[in-house]
Design a protein around this ligand. Structure first.
Ligand code: PLP
Length: 410
């Protein structure tokens, strides 16, 4: 039995409270783009803003642009646009560097707050770069710190008095499994541990309430669901109770209390600004600032509802038509906004899909992954993508030498 028809999907799209938003994005012709969890579509407003930054701010006004066009305060302005999407308060978010670098800063700050504890607790669903940063730091510290890696389902049970920091990604980048943020923080705090969240697959996809959940620290990505552009600066969050208490090990003049006093001894800026290090990539920051305009007034609960609806159609159709095994839990409240299925020839299947203009990606060892960006994806796209996948599998269209050849980015 076919439960949701294409016509049903069109009706759902007609009722979509976000349907007007799709026009805010450059959507490539003839393409079903289901990779907004990896690199979001470009908001059309970016072009004019970046052009202005090039033709007026850089070419003509040059150095005066730091003041005249607000370059110096730009990262802070962008932070103010991201904060409401993740339940962060004023002056608790910094936009800068990459997630990996920001994680290093937060880990060093957190470990300094728990000098008597040596364990960083994480799980096997965490992103490799996050794990590498902790491994590199431990090796540098060389004083008995260890990264303890457990299965995601057992993290809460493993929190004990020796744990300094729990470091986890809220939504698993492969399976879409979502941690219980409130429960985990509560348990960690009861045992005197701090928690660092990676919100890469949360920000712009699902509601996040950092202050409400009493979060200590978080990092997140702006080029995925937030559509900030390739390599756009990442963000970090620090709860105000930790602001004055500690500074990260990686500091620089942008995090000094008076950068333009050019003093020879560092003195951390009072608030979140101490997590800035050096000069920001202004062109990227301008693009991100323009991109964040599409988020003004977005109700994250309504967005989550649409995400569930899109994922429901896709999961239902793929299971019905293709019989593939879903990765991660089935309950939507325990998932993010992407959907992965296992397939032994996943890489080739995804290459065949991409050749048919359905863009998702592949995550080793065997997952084909589809991101549903609720701001712009439609139910009809979810339906059509599932149909295309079914055709590729039915006719074994993936079984061709050009689809088996691995590229450097998967
Ligand atoms: C995309 C992603 C990153 C990226 O880290 P960068 O250092 O900004 O490249 C980190 N963590 C997770 C969970 C991700 O999905």
């Amino acid at each position: 039995v076919i439960s949701t028809t294409r016509k049903d999907c069109a009706a759902l799209d007609a009722d979509d409270p976000f349907k007007g938003r799709r026009d805010d994005f450059a959507v490539p012709e003839g393409t079903i783009y289901l990779d907004g969890n990896s690199l979001g579509l470009m908001p059309k407003a970016v072009t004019a803003r970046v052009t202005h930054a090039l033709d007026v701010e850089w070419s003509r006004d040059l150095i005066t642009s730091w003041n005249k066009h607000g370059w110096f305060a730009l990262a802070n302005r962008v932070a103010g646009k991201i904060a409401p999407l993740i339940g962060a308060g004023d002056e608790t978010v910094a936009v800068t560097d990459t997630i990996s670098v920001n994680l290093f800063k937060l880990l060093t700050a957190a470990l300094k707050l728990r000098p008597d504890r040596k364990v960083i607790l994480t799980d096997t669903g965490n992103f490799p770069s996050d794990l590498y940063v902790a491994q590199g730091l431990n090796s540098f510290l060389d004083d008995g710190h260890t990264l303890v890696m457990v299965e995601p389902e057992t993290v809460q049970d493993r929190i004990a008095e020796n744990v300094a920091v729990v470091m986890v990604t809220e939504v698993d980048y492969r399976s879409s499994r979502r941690h219980d943020m409130r429960g985990l923080i509560k348990k960690a705090h009861a045992h005197g541990a701090l928690v660092i969240w990676d919100l890469s697959h949360s920000a712009g996809a699902i509601p996040v309430d950092l202050m409400g959940a009493d979060a200590d620290f978080a990092v997140g990505c702006t080029y995925k669901y937030l559509n900030g552009g390739p390599g756009a600066p990442a963000f970090l969050f620090v709860h105000p109770r930790h602001h004055g208490a500690v500074a990260p090990a990686l500091v620089g003049w942008w995090g000094d209390a008076q950068p333009f006093a050019f003093r020879t001894t560092f003195e951390a800026a009072p608030g979140i600004a101490r997590y800035q290090v050096g000069t920001q990539p202004i062109l990227s920051m301008v693009a991100l600032d323009a991109a964040m305009e599409v988020w003004a007034g977005i109700d994250m609960r309504a967005l989550e509802k649409k995400s569930h609806s899109l994922c429901r159609v896709f999961i239902e159709r793929v299971e019905e038509r293709c019989g593939l095994k879903l990765a991660g839990p089935r309950e939507f409240e325990s998932r993010g906004s992407h959907v992965s299925f296992h397939h032994p020839h996943g890489y080739a299947v995804m290459q065949a899909l991409i050749a048919s203009r359905v863009i998702g990606d592949f995550r080793a060892p065997d997952m084909i992954r589809f991101g549903f960006a609720p701001l712009y994806n439609t139910h009809v796209e979810a339906f059509d993508a599932a149909e295309m996948l079914a055709e590729i599998l039915d006719k074994r269209l993936w079984d061709r030498p050009e689809f088996l050849q691995r590229k450097s980015v998967t």
